[in-house]
Design a protein around this ligand. Structure first.
Ligand code: 4AD
Ligand code: MG
Length: 481
């Protein structure tokens, strides 16, 4: 007999048919009622044991965490709390689970503890919900772009370029670390390396994405990216997934419209398709909030927050306008910012972004037209800037509780402006000849952005630490599993 998944069972009417279910024991009461979960959905299925006619040695092995199969009639439930249940005639144990040894317990365990047992945490209701929602969001992103005629482009994971120019790269090499070959002047001789040049893991697929967009029109990437930044925060990973659309013949406004539509679409998708999992996560947050002082509690429930994002336009303003707001803000006047805002040109810290999003506007914010000096070389120089106040057509989307979730820009399509900028920023033109070729041959205005997938999953699930929304987090000092 083929097994039926619990998600499917719960969608059908109880028709007194015989079924086979397989899963893990979540609870076992009165030697009779098993709560079985198979991961296909948040809900458990109640399996009712025929205690009198079951071998006591087998009953003894039905423990929290054990993998079992149950065969029997699917009937309307006699008890409260569930619509259907299985009257088991046959139980099979696939894998015992010794409660003395099993690190997970049928009670609330801290996220920190579970992070240390990340290989088992999928078995908890919270993490199973997080990873089902993560899946749904990934699917929704592909659907969003596919429905709009974007092509999914696979950009390289190993590359010789540093797209962001931030130098936070993991080197990829097969050279012997204990005895590196050297050139005459003592430098490491990458000519003898696997690729005959220095290579690294990608920090972004954007530059390659632009090559695709300037032929295919609309593309997006969705892949792993790597940053060796020593950030031990709840928002940074050394390995994270990024979605990078790139659109030909688009400007900054088109770019903002696309990003806003995408974020609203995926939040709406989660509301429609992940209701049970969002409920589990919302209840977890409500519990967590009870332990906090009133003023630190979330102003909105998880699902209300998602609805708010879907239903309200994001606030759009320029960097210059934001600086004015921040300069005149109470925390700035009262010296409450760790980095006081003194004037135009300063990079915004997360305390400033949080003030704008969570206090001043209380909604998602799109900041545009940042000073050229604090942004990447490929961003388009704005026309008609005051001398000394050059800005670029950049945009960052800031979300409540998350900070920057999206970073993007219109790209510099004018060859001479681009090369001048690269020279000023000491970016070697020879190495990026292929990128510059798009500007030499059939260049056109284009724009794109990068969405940090884990930050999106954090926002939608309400998980406070980014390490809890990726299965096997990589961060400074940790590459377990
Ligand atoms: O702002 P970033 O660095 O932009 C780029 O990489 C551009 N090439 C994107 C583009 O225009 N195509 O990164 C984009 C987003 C950030 O807004 C943030 O959400 C996420 O990626 N991100 C990280 N997420 C987790 N851990 C990290 N260390 C991250 N660094 C960036
Ligand atoms: Mg950024």
């Amino acid at each position: 007999m083929k097994r039926t998944k619990i998600a499917e069972i719960l969608r059908t009417e109880p028709v007194n048919t015989e079924i086979l279910v397989k899963g893990w024991v979540k609870a076992f009461r009165n030697n009779q009622f098993i709560a079985l979960n198979d991961g296909s959905c948040a809900a458990n299925l109640q399996v009712v044991l025929d205690f009198e006619n079951t071998d006591p040695a087998l009953v003894e092995r039905i423990k929290f965490g054990a993998a079992i199969g149950a065969r029997g009639l699917l009937v309307e439930s006699q008890g409260k709390g569930q619509r259907v249940e299985v009257k088991a005639t046959e139980i099979e144990i696939f894998g015992d689970c010794d409660p003395e040894q099993f690190p997970l317990q049928p009670k609330k365990q801290s996220l920190e503890f579970l992070r240390e047992h990340a290989h088992l945490r999928f078995r908890t209701n919270t993490f199973a919900a997080v990873f089902r929602v993560r899946h749904a969001l990934a699917f929704a992103i592909h659907k969003f772009f596919n429905d709009r005629g974007f092509y999914y482009l696979h950009t390289p994971i190993i590359t010789a370029s540093d797209a962001e120019g931030a130098g936070e790269m993991f080197r990829v090499t097969t050279l012997p670390l204990e005895n590196m070959p050297r050139t005459e002047n003592g430098d490491i001789d990458f000519g003898q390396d696997f690729f005959k040049r220095a290579a690294n893991l990608t920090v972004s697929g954007q530059l390659e994405g632009e090559l695709g967009a300037l032929a295919l029109g609309d593309i997006y990437t969705f892949g792993p990216t790597f940053r060796a930044e020593n950030s031990n925060t709840t928002r940074h990973l050394a390995e994270f997934w990024m979605i990078e659309p790139e659109v030909a013949f688009a400007d900054l406004t088109d770019n903002m419209d696309l990003a806003e539509a995408m974020l609203q679409y995926v939040c709406q998708y989660a509301l429609e398709h992940c209701a049970d999992d969002l409920k589990i996560l919302e209840e977890r947050l409500i519990e967590e909030d009870k332990a906090k002082p009133q003023d630190q509690r979330a102003p909105m429930n998880l699902t209300d927050k998602l609805r708010f994002v879907v239903e309200n336009q994001f606030q759009r303003l320029t960097y210059t306008e934001a600086i004015d707001i921040l300069k005149n803000s109470n925390p700035n006047k009262k010296g409450k910012f760790q980095y006081p805002i003194e004037g135009w040109g300063a990079d915004l810290q997360s305390e400033h972004e949080r003030y704008l999003v969570e206090k001043h506007f209380q909604k998602p914010v799109i900041l545009t037209n940042y000073p050229a000096a604090i942004k990447a070389f490929y961003m388009r120089l704005d026309e008609g800037c005051e001398p000394g106040r050059e800005t670029v057509s950049a945009m960052d989307i800031l979300f409540p509780g998350i900070g920057e979730i999206v970073g993007g820009s219109q790209r510099e399509e004018r060859l001479s402006v681009l090369t001048e900028k690269m020279q000023a920023m000491h970016i070697p033109e020879e190495e990026l000849y292929w990128y510059l070729d798009t500007r030499r041959f059939g260049s056109c205005p284009h724009a794109g952005f990068g969405l940090g997938f884990e930050r999106l999953v954090q926002f939608v699930t309400g998980m406070g630490n980014i390490r809890d929304v990726i299965a096997f987090p990589r961060y400074p000092g940790s590459a377990e599993f």
